[in-house]
Design a protein around this ligand. Sequence first.
Ligand SMILES: C[S@@+](CC[C@H](N)C(=O)[O-])C[C@H]1O[C@@H](n2cnc3c(N)ncnc32)[C@H](O)[C@@H]1O
Length: 280
Amino acid sequence: MKTLKVWFLVLSTFFALNTFAQGVMDSGDDKYQPRVGQEGKDVVWVPTTNELLAIMLRTAKVNSTDLVYDLGSGDGRIAIAAAKDFGARAIGIEFNPEMAQLAQRNVDRSGVSDRVKIINGDIFVEDFSKATVVTMYLLPELNLALRPTILKMKPGTRVTSHAFNMGDWDADVEIDSPARAYYWVVPAQVQGEWLISGMETDRTILKLSQFYQKIGGTLQIGNNTQPLLNPKLEGAVLSFTYLDRDKSSHFVMMSVENNELKGKYKSRSYNDNVITGKRF
Ligand SMILES: C[S@@+](CC[C@H](N)C(=O)[O-])C[C@H]1O[C@@H](n2cnc3c(N)ncnc32)[C@H](O)[C@@H]1O
């Protein structure tokens, strides 16, 4: 209990200093004036600066095809910017009813009510699985509590968090200025053995190991097994290079769809050949 209190004090101080350093002012209207640092259900309210939220949304390549969910949306600024400046649809989830109402009024005043909605609810109860982009400014342990849900989202879903990371799931991008933020792409689950068709006439087996988005593995063509060169996994897209028996290199790119691999590789004659993979 004592540790929890100390942890809360440290974080409140961090939030306050961070806010001060970023020059954030309290915001509100004639109906409700929230106070920076005021208690929330699981975390206090501190707004992300407009400068940082623009960088976070740009890093996540937010565009008009996206549905952005801001988890713990405060005065609604991230959802509003996602719609107004990036053309996306956005939903903010905010537990505090007065804050949620203020955010909805801010949405209406900003002229984006057709694309932005504020839900007065709990981020641990509401369903945000349809998001293509998730934004948050929470706490380390809340990020960790949400991590299993986020990792089950559609591969390729982009996630950005102000200030706090996701434990041992390393970020794809770290933003340092004007404040710390992180960016991840939800990786597909590719670990295991795949039987590949279309690559060579011989039996081809792809063995993959995986730690979040980091992958390694081997490609076995007939009796020849070799490590994958420069293997990468971004969302559902898997790529690597391999050397054939004449030591010429081939680039392979496949995507994971419904637990199958589909893609192409450049053959010896430099044609694009279609390949598929099924799990063993
Ligand atoms: C640090 S503020 C971030 C606000 C906004 N996302 C931003 O970056 O400007 C966190 C917000 O989460 C809200 N909150 C806390 N616990 C919550 C929960 N379980 N569900 C929904 N909102 C929550 C707080 O009321 C507060 O407005």
